[in-house]
Design a protein around this ligand. Structure first.
Ligand SMILES: Nc1ncnc2c1ncn2[C@@H]1O[C@H](COP(=O)(O)OP(=O)(O)OP(=O)(O)O)[C@@H](O)[C@H]1O
Ligand SMILES: [Mg+2]
Length: 208
């Protein structure tokens, strides 16, 4: 049997209705979008601000529901799952890195990385989180809170958090968007380096 695609979008559409029930003034963010990502493949989604990159990633990850078409993750159509089923699928197989880091401010670096592992019931949460933070060069900052770290350091914590559970798919939405050019380049190198070791398929959005 053929291995299912890691990510597949079929005639995907996202419309914002005008509330009048007519097509007039309807905002078509995405229309008839088809996309296939195989296991181990990396794709970049490039487009100007407002072109729909974040919307697409949210649809692919099941964080938002499409107006038309479907998304399959490893062969499972995500609209066939309920909210809990989608959350379980995300927890099991997806990692996220966002432009705004999205760390929990009241948790230390170590606790932030441990959180998804604990939610997934992993008994080795602490060991895995420690090793992920060491890999991103933050082995000396375990007890520090996000506000005590630079933007690049916070993003490295977010990357450790995304990689630690070894997800099947990694989504990165402008992961360098809030960083200066030099730090951004280092984050890209880190992401690609970790990715080469784990061979994840991933979807990357970047504004031009
Ligand atoms: N819930 C919503 N209601 C109305 N409009 C929306 C909604 N979500 C997104 N949009 C609009 O859809 C368009 C695409 O937004 P999106 O955030 O996906 O763009 P983007 O490509 O990620 O942009 P950026 O590079 O600035 O992050 C924008 O015009 C945005 O205003
Ligand atoms: Mg965006």
């Amino acid at each position: 049997m053929q291995t299912p695609l890691a990510v597949e979008a079929v005639e995907l559409g996202k419309y914002i209705e005008n509330g009048l029930g007519t097509h007039e003034g309807r905002l078509d963010i995405l229309r008839d979008l088809n996309l296939q990502v195989s296991s181990g493949e990396r794709i970049a989604i490039i487009g100007s601000s407002g072109s729909g990159k974040s919307t697409l990633l949210a649809l692919l990850a099941g964080l938002d529901s499409p107006s038309a078409g479907k998304v399959r993750i490893s062969g499972t159509e995500i609209s066939s799952l309920d909210e809990d089923g989608r959350a379980a699928l995300r927890g099991r197989s997806m990692g996220f890195v966002f432009q705004s880091f999205q760390l929990m401010p009241a948790l230390t670096a170590l606790e932030n990385v441990m959180l998804p592992l604990q939610l997934a019931g992993r008994k080795d949460a602490k060991e895995r989180a420690l090793s992920a933070l060491e890999r991103v060069g933050l082995g000396q900052r375990l007890g520090h809170y996000p506000r005590q770290m630079s933007g690049g350091e916070q993003q490295r914590v977010a990357i450790a958090r995304a990689f630690a559970p070894q997800p099947a798919i990694l989504f990165a939405d402008e992961p360098t968007g809030n960083l200066d050019e030099h730090t951004g380049e280092r984050i890209v190198e880190l992401l690609f380096g970790l990715n080469a070791r784990q061979a994840l398929p991933w979807c990357w959005s970047h504004m031009i």
